[in-house]
Design a protein around this ligand. Structure first.
Ligand SMILES: [Zn+2]
Length: 319
C-alpha cells in the first residue's frame, strides 16, 4: 500500500556487532520492505542534542556512551560491545522516536522503523539497549509543554524494566503486557554463567503492568489486551501513546514463548491503533524486539505493523 508518510530510519542503524542475538541488519530489512511497497518516505532522524539524552539519562552514563568509556561490566550488562558507530546508532534511535512522537501529536500517527529500547535505565544499559528512546520522547514532549500526560504501551514479550524505572516518578504512564518467566524476571542462562548479577525485578512499577504465562496464544491474549487497554486509556486519558510493538510475541520467536500467530499479532496491532484512534489519541510506532530464526520473518512482521498503522490511521483518524 502506497503512502507518503514520513518513516524515521537511518542506514546508520546497521552496525557491525559481530554474531549477535539481535542483529542490526533487521532494521535494514524492514526499511527495504517498506521501500519495496512504496510505503512512506524514509527520513534519517539525525543525532539528538545531548540534552535530549540527558532528559532521562545521567550525565555520567551519557558521557560514557558518547566517549566510549564503558567498563567491561557495563558492556556485559548491556550485552553489546561499545563502538563509535554503535553509539551513533543508538542516539539516532532516540531522535527517531522523538520525531515520531511529534508527528503522532500533530497528525495522529508517527512512524519509526527502529526504537523501542525499553531496557535502558537512567544510569546503565541492559538487554541490547543503550538509551531509552520511549522515556526520552515522553519526557521531552512534556518538558516542551506539548502534552501533560502521555503513555507508553509496551507489548514486546519482555517487560520494559528500564522504561518503568525511569517513568516511575513521573505522572507519565507505562502500560505493559509481557511474559512472566523470561528476562528481566529471569536472567538468560548465558549471562548467569558469566557471573552477571540477577536483575532488580520491577514488577508492578508501571501504572499497569501485566505478566502473562508462556503459551498464552491468540484468543486469551487478545481478549485480555482489549479489556485492559480500554480500561487503561479510559482511566489515564493520555494525549499521545508511544507504542512498543515488539514481535518477539510471535510463535516462531526463539526467545519469547507467548505463541501468537501472525494473524494474532495483526489483531494485536489493530486493537492498539483502533483503541487509540477512536479516542482521538495519536500513536507513535516503535518496533522493539524480535528474534525469529529467519531475520526476514522478523522484518516482515515489523513491516506489517507499520502498514496496519497507516491503514487504521486512514480509516479511523478524524480529518
Ligand atoms: Zn523483547
Amino acid at each position: 500500500m502506497e503512502s507518503t508518510m514520513k518513516i524515521y530510519y537511518s542506514p546508520d542503524y546497521v552496525v557491525d556487532i559481530g554474531e549477535h542475538t539481535f542483529p542490526t541488519r533487521k532494521w535494514h530489512l524492514v526499511a527495504q520492505g517498506l521501500q519495496a511497497e512504496n510505503m512512506g518516505e524514509l527520513v534519517d532522524p539525525g543525532l539528538p542534542p545531548r540534552e535530549y539524552l540527558e532528559s532521562v539519562h545521567t550525565q555520567d552514563w551519557v558521557s560514557k556512551c558518547l566517549a566510549g568509556r564503558l567498563s567491561l561490566e557495563e558492556e556485559t550488562q548491556m550485552e553489546l560491545r561499545w563502538s563509535k558507530r554503535l553509539s551513533v546508532a543508538h542516539q539516532k534511535h532516540v531522535m527517531g522516536t522523538i520525531l515520531a512522537a511529534r508527528d503522532a501529536l500533530a497528525q495522529g500517527l508517527g512512524l519509526h522503523a527502529g526504537g523501542g529500547a525499553h531496557h535502558a535505565f537512567a544510569d546503565h544499559g541492559e538487554g541490547f539497549c543503550m538509551f531509552n528512546d520511549l522515556a526520552a520522547a515522553l519526557r521531552l514532549l512534556r518538558a516542551q509543554e506539548r502534552i501533560e500526560l502521555g503513555a507508553v504501551v509496551d507489548l514486546d514479550v519482555h517487560q520494559g524494566n528500564g522504561t518503568a524505572a525511569i517513568l516511575k516518578e513521573d505522572e507519565l504512564s507505562h502500560f505493559s503486557i509481557h511474559q512472566d518467566d523470561i528476562y528481566p524476571f529471569a536472567l538468560r542462562p548465558g549471562l548467569r554463567r558469566m557471573g552477571v548479577a540477577e536483575p532488580e525485578t520491577l514488577r508492578q512499577v508501571g501504572r499497569l503492568d501485566v505478566a502473562v504465562p508462556r503459551g498464552m496464544a491468540d484468543a486469551k491474549y487478545l481478549k485480555m489486551l482489549s479489556g485492559q487497554l480500554d480500561a487503561f486509556l479510559e482511566r489515564q486519558k493520555p494525549e499521545v501513546v508511544l507504542y512498543q510493538a515488539g514481535v518477539d510475541v510471535w510463535e516462531g520467536d526463539a526467545v519469547g514463548g507467548l505463541g501468537l500467530t501472525r494473524a494474532g499479532i495483526e489483531a494485536r496491532d489493530r486493537e492498539v491503533f483502533s483503541a487509540c484512534f477512536n479516542r482521538g489519541i495519536g500513536v507513535a510506532v516503535t518496533l522493539g524486539g524480535g528474534y525469529a530464526e529467519r531475520l526476514e520473518d522478523c522484518a516482515e512482521l515489523h513491516r506489517r505493523t507499520i502498514q496496519l498503522a497507516i491503514e487504521e490511521h486512514e480509516r479511523r483518524w478524524p480529518n
